[in-house]
Design a protein around this ligand. Structure first.
Ligand code: SF4
Ligand code: SF4
Length: 444
């Protein structure tokens, strides 16, 4: 089985919600839709207080090339536009909509029939994806239409579908693969057409054998050409773009470069499904699957949630917050971030909510570094985490930059593996932010 060559760790999988059918959550009383819940420039609200909106209606216009349209996920009346807290811990401009009924735009096809043929040109497909506000649903939320538009001089050779879901606990992508394989496969062919290529690889880790078998079977049954399933050895963080490219096609993306540099475009599997819905069904990105999980969660599961629904409403579906909760994490335990409130809305990048028990959340006493180099061996980017932590602690920014702190993908493998419980990622994340600010200032 294939995997990436540098670093990697094996955290406990704890996929308690694996195999749990996706349940649609009830509509909230009020949806809070952030206009900047993705990477890039925030969108510009095009509705005002008192306006009536329908499901699927454009309410925020993309604010630049690296930006994304925002659509209403509910029908009702715009109550206000003001800042609200999101999963990152920052306040962002959001559109609050009081829900009234569930009235959809008429051009959205809500029937379950598979629409196989796509007669649009590559340019028309990319425009439709941009119009629908599709961003990477794996967590990075990078606008999909930008990935599909390689810069001049660069050409895509292969599309790699990221169906790895290496983050422990999360199962939203896995369950979507089991329930919507045909739609995802049509989505892959649409993306290949948009990129004008005839080769795609779907990378799936071997702990999802059912999905691997199902996709192989459906490729044959739908007679899809040029799409290959690659069975990957389980290793974290294989879902990182650079790690997946290495595992799937054996190419190394250089430091600071994008995947297109080696001819690859990587798209998350849930994003591929959203592309199918946008292009074939006229459905903009208004909902997503979210995993609610944790060792003490009564009924961990996968839920189809309208964007803007407060996470507290989704959590209720899984049996309320466990009493022994020590920390609530938006996302998984390796790359997720602790949140202070469940009143934050479900956003395009919300893959899950993890309830860590008090015991799990308790940080161990930090000890001195014993120079074991486990963090160096585990780093998938070939960095020296202990050195980067020291540079950050002592604010030696020139050395931090020289030692490629900005290459850190914040996977947390170093902190996870350190026997001295050193908070490597906490420091490196801080240092990376500082160095990026310095670089941006210098470029200006
Ligand atoms: S968090 Fe950064 S430094 Fe630590 S292992 Fe991951 S990529 Fe390397
Ligand atoms: S893993 Fe921890 S103890 Fe070992 S070298 Fe890295 S920082 Fe030091």
């Amino acid at each position: 089985m294939k995997t990436f060559k540098i670093g990697g760790v094996h955290p406990e999988e704890n996929k308690f919600s694996a195999g749990k059918t996706i349940i649609t959550t009830p509509l909230p009383k009020q949806a809070i839709i952030p206009v900047a819940a993705y990477l890039g420039a925030p969108s510009v609200p095009i509705v005002a207080k008192g306006d009536m909106v329908k499901v699927g209606q454009l309410i925020g216009q993309s604010g630049g090339f690296i930006s994304s349209n925002v659509h209403s996920s509910v029908s009702g009346k715009v109550a206000k536009i003001e800042d609200s807290l999101d999963a990152s811990g920052y306040k962002r401009s959001s559109i609050f909509i009081d829900v009234d009924g569930d009235e959809w735009l008429e051009n959205i096809d809500r029937s379950p029939e598979l629409v196989r043929e796509c007669h649009l040109s590559p340019e028309e497909i990319i425009k439709k994806i941009a119009d629908a506000g599709i961003v990477g649903l794996g967590g990075a939320t990078f606008p999909a239409h930008v990935k599909l538009s390689p810069p001049p001089g660069k050409t895509a050779e292969v599309l790699i579908i990221n169906a790895v879901e290496c983050e422990p606990y999360l199962t939203c992508d896995h369950e979507l693969m089991l329930e919507k394989p045909n739609e995802i496969l049509v989505g892959v062919t649409i993306l290949m057409k948009a990129l004008k290529i005839n080769r795609a690889i779907i990378g799936i880790e071997n702990n999802k054998k059912d999905a691997i078998e199902l996709f192989k079977k459906q490729i044959k049954s739908l007679n899809i050409q040029g799409v290959e399933i690659v069975d990957l050895k389980v290793q974290y963080p294989q879902g990182g773009e650079k790690q997946l490219i290495d595992a799937a096609i054996g190419r190394q993306v250089p430091s600071g470069a994008l995947p297109i540099e080696v001819g690859a475009v990587v798209m998350n599997v849930a994003t591929t499904f959203a592309v199918y819905e946008a292009v074939q069904k006229n459905k903009p990105l208004i909902d997503r699957v979210v995993t609610i999980t944790g060792k003490s969660v009564k009924t961990p599961g996968n839920f189809l949630v309208r964007l803007g629904t407060p996470l507290a409403n989704v959590v209720e579906q899984a049996g309320r917050m466990p009493e022994d909760t020590g920390k609530i994490v938006a996302g998984g335990p390796m790359m997720g971030r602790a949140v202070v409130s469940l009143d934050i809305p479900t956003a395009k990048g919300s893959a899950g909510v993890l309830f860590m028990t008090e015991k799990e959340a308790h940080r161990m006493q930090i000890r001195n570094c014993i120079r074991c180099a486990k963090c160096v061996n585990g780093c998938p980017m070939g960095l020296n985490p202990t050195e980067l932590m020291n540079f950050t602690e002592y604010e030696v920014w020139d050395k931090a930059e020289k030692c490629a702190i900005t290459d850190c993908i914040e996977c947390g493998s170093c902190s996870y593996i350190c026997p001295a419980y050193r908070p490597l990622l906490d420091y490196i994340r801080l240092g990376k932010g500082k160095v990026m600010t310095i670089i941006r200032g210098r470029n200006k």
